[in-house]
Design a protein around this ligand. Structure first.
Ligand SMILES: [Zn+2]
Length: 109
């Protein structure tokens, strides 16, 4: 499988009715959706006490350790890229290896 480095992190909050289906950017599982939810769509909105109508997509595995591990690996690679780290490609390669290993192990179960 191909790794979607810029995919969602297991959550997504599009405007109501704009997205039919969504696949988790971390593990490729079809996400569960709650339609027309009223609430904040991010920490900034929550902090400001603001709410809006949205559809709430979430991956069923989002709270699991292996899922968070993949998410963290992707953030590392992302930060290495924007900081133009000298070992960016090396980090990306090793993260890719570990992510594939985790997903393979999961698929085998
Ligand atoms: Zn997922």
């Amino acid at each position: 499988m191909k790794i979607d480095w810029y995919g969602n992190n297991g959550y997504s909050f599009p405007k109501p009715g704009t997205v039919k289906k969504m696949i988790c950017g971390v593990c490729g599982t079809p996400m569960k959706v709650k339609r027309n939810v009223l609430g904040p769509t991010g920490w900034a909105m929550a902090a400001a006490g603001r709410k809006c109508k949205h559809d709430s997509f979430a991956c069923p595995h989002v709270k699991k350790d292996w899922h968070q591990r993949i998410h963290n690996l992707k953030i590392d690679v992302y930060l290495a890229e924007i900081n133009k780290a000298v070992d960016y490609l090396k980090r990306k390669k090793s993260a890719e290896k570990e992510i594939k290993k985790i997903l393979k192990k999961r698929a085998a179960r």
